[in-house]
Write a protein that binds this ligand. Structure first.
Ligand SMILES: *Cc1c(COP(=O)(O)O)cnc(C)c1O
Length: 398
């Protein structure tokens, strides 16, 4: 049997394969350079264009660019009037941003369970956690596959709750033929460096509600009356009014120029991700120590992450040791996510504790995200599989 590098064997690769890497080509470089030379760096025509093209891509009426998904989620909750005394249901199984923004509004994040099949909010568990104070639900479409957003939306409508979709992992994935991001009152997308399309840092809000879109535009730029960014142009005016105590959440034209090229490539990038996921699915199918992610009926998967679960009952090592062993083979990996109810802040502030969300905790225990990004070469993905098989075989329980 082949010896893992962590046991003194030779590593599968010589150079480290990072867990994630953006796909930036000459066209992106040229687009940013053009803006640099244009004399207009901040929010302007490129941002406007990105909003229009993103709205068309998702099929939504309005899109408002912001400088991250996190601030987008915050802006959404703030504009919907979420405040102190309110409760917002979110998965514990998500990135900190999803719940932190609830705290930023003075409200309480109420953590609900996920379903094992999609790592998304479990509608039955959500129903149980609704109280008189519940105002909204923030479903997360984990790894690139929509959660059971149809069932969640039904619950929300019945109880008069707002739905704000956390679309950080999706870029076109569908549920019942409709793109994720078109189910909630608002959806927030991420253009962070590791996400399916990137502007380095950036995000986008989409909505069907014209009044809400207008409030986003005002609130994202200090609460200035609309189109304030035009005030330095020929038709501009030094006059402005502060109509709300807004935020500084706007996206610059530098970022938007990058986003326009990435959005144009979204299909190409998706096809490459899908091909790698397809390769992993085939090559790892016979691994008894792994539970592989699946595309569920009626949904599509954008393959932001390839999140496998280790069957720890069949291994002599835990997840931490597995990731360490992969690193010794020169292969990066990550964990999505450390449940928020296990984090010190949320335990200290809201009294959450281990044991409260068993499905979430079990899913977390064995989760490992393997490298998956368009820039990966054929030998890269082959080496990932080689290393995973080598480690799982060596440490298999007999
Ligand atoms: C990345 C991520 C965010 C935050 O996105 P930013 O653009 O970095 O603010 C929010 N939610 C989830 C689930 C994420 O993975």
């Amino acid at each position: 049997m082949e010896k893992p590098a962590i046991e003194g064997g030779s590593p599968v690769r010589k150079e480290f394969l990072p867990f994630a890497r953006p796909s930036i080509g000459n066209e992106e470089v040229a687009a940013v350079t053009e803006v640099l030379k244009s004399g207009w760096l901040t929010t302007g025509p490129k941002t406007k264009q990105l909003e229009q093209e993103f709205a068309r891509f998702i099929g939504s009426k309005y899109a408002v660019a912001v400088n991250s998904c996190t601030v987008g989620l915050h802006l959404a909750l703030a504009a919907l009037g979420i405040k102190s005394g309110d409760e917002v249901i979110v998965p514990s199984y998500t990135f900190a941003a999803t719940a932190n923004v609830v705290v930023h509004c003075g409200a309480k994040p109420v953590f609900a369970e996920i379903r094992e099949e999609d790592f998304g909010l479990d509608p039955d568990d959500v129903r149980k956690r609704i109280t008189k104070k519940t105002r909204a639900i923030i479903p997360v479409h984990f790894a690139g596959q929509p959660c059971d957003i149809g069932a969640l939306k039904e619950i929300a409508e019945k109880h008069d709750l707002q739905v704000v979709e956390d679309c950080a992992h999706v870029s076109g994935a569908t549920y019942a033929g409709k793109k994720a991001g078109r189910f909630g009152k608002v959806a927030a997308f991420s253009f962070y460096a590791t996400k399916n399309i990137t502007t380095g840092e950036g995000g986008m809000l989409v909505t069907e509600d014209e009044d809400l879109a207008k409030r986003f535009e005002v609130l994202r730029l200090h609460g200035m009356s609309r189109e304030a960014w035009k005030r330095y142009g020929k038709e501009g005016n030094w006059q402005y009014e502060i109509i709300e105590a807004g935020y500084k959440y706007n996206l610059s034209d530098l970022h938007s120029a990058l986003g326009l090229v990435q959005l144009k490539r979204v299909e190409e990038l998706y096809r490459k991700r899908k091909a790698i996921a397809g390769y992993y699915a085939k090559a790892l199918a016979d691994s008894e120590a792994l539970i592989l992610p699946k595309e569920l009926p009626g949904r599509s998967h954008d393959w932001h992450l390839y999140a496998v679960r280790l069957r720890l009952d069949r291994l002599r090592i835990d997840r931490a040791r597995f990731i360490e062993a992969l690193a010794k083979e020169n292969i990066g990996a990550s964990v999505h996510f450390i449940p928020l109810h296990l984090q010190p802040y949320y335990q200290r502030t809201f009294g959450y504790a281990k044991g409260m969300l068993p499905v979430t905790e079990k899913a977390f225990e064995g989760e490992v995200s393997l490298p998956l990004y368009p820039a990966m070469l054929e030998h890269d993905r082959e080496e990932v599989v080689h290393a995973v098989k080598k480690i799982t075989r060596f440490y298999a329980k007999d």
